[in-house]
Write a protein that binds this ligand. Structure first.
Ligand code: PGA
Length: 250
């Protein structure tokens, strides 16, 4: 079943004290929306966050993970470690991971596989850069990103996949894809999945939009038939703006 989802990606922001403050502010808000709500704090604050949100409607998720179970990978964190503190969902393939940490399609495929083997839900991010869009290559780029990391999966694995289209030129720039651009790409993605698998898989997958979503534009973006929510960066660092985006679904 396709679900509406609003996930806050805190990136490398908020220390322990700030994390506790933001979480208590979030808990002070009423969720009137039918969307699933998630937040992704930094690794060091995941345990505190998941403990303080244990009985709430907000799920605590991870921003990244390594594909191996354990071993000599200094500085990395595995799916089993995340699961051991109650984290069941992970973001994979964020454009900042691709760009600053050289994560390529081969690596991302391994991470997706590891997440699914560990029965986690994977929020898989992808999106074109500004020059790709200027050249009219956005559909080819997005198709390749999805094909290379996900199209080896059997149909049943798609129950645990959420897609997040994040045009790189719209992330943290204040520039948002127009509702038409978002709908056009999301519709293209759904057709791609339908062609590779079938209509049911394509119809049941949640496709989120990410890139400068704010309280002022959330409702319009989310009202598109193929947009099932958002991955929110900057606006997720403030309880009021994040909750306004969450409740844009109501
Ligand atoms: P932004 O980030 O909302 O700050 O543009 C979105 C994201 O990177 O997920």
């Amino acid at each position: 079943m396709r679900k509406n989802i609003v996930a806050g990606n805190w990136k490398m922001n908020k220390d322990l004290a700030e994390t506790k403050t933001l979480i208590s502010e979030l808990k002070g808000n009423v969720i009137t929306s039918d969307a699933e709500v998630m937040i992704a704090p930094t690794f060091t604050n995941l345990l505190t966050a998941s403990e303080s949100l244990k009985d709430s409607e907000i799920e605590v998720i991870a921003q990244n993970m390594h594909f191996a179970e354990n071993g000599a990978y200094t500085g990395e964190i595995s799916a089993t470690m995340l699961k051991s503190i109650g984290v069941k969902t992970v973001i994979i393939g964020h454009s900042e991971r691709r760009e600053y940490f050289n994560e390529d399609d081969v690596l991302l495929k391994q991470k997706v596989d590891s997440g699914l083997e560990n029965k986690m839900r994977v929020i898989f991010c992808f999106g074109e850069k500004l020059e790709d869009r200027k050249n009219g290559d956005q559909f080819t780029i997005v198709e390749n990103q999805i094909r290379k990391a996900l199209f080896h999966l059997p149909e049943e694995s798609w129950e645990s996949i959420v897609l997040a289209y994040e045009p790189v030129w719209a992330i943290g720039t204040g520039e948002t894809a127009s509702p038409e651009q978002a709908q056009q790409m999301h519709h293209f993605i759904r057709r791609l999945i339908s062609d590779r698998y079938n209509f049911d898989v394509a119809d049941s997958i949640s496709i989120l939009y990410g890139g400068s979503v704010k309280p002022e534009n959330a409702k319009e973006i989310f009202s598109n038939p193929d947009v099932d929510g958002g991955l929110i960066g900057g606006a997720a660092l403030n309880a009021e703006s994040f909750m306004a985006i969450v409740n844009a679904f109501s």
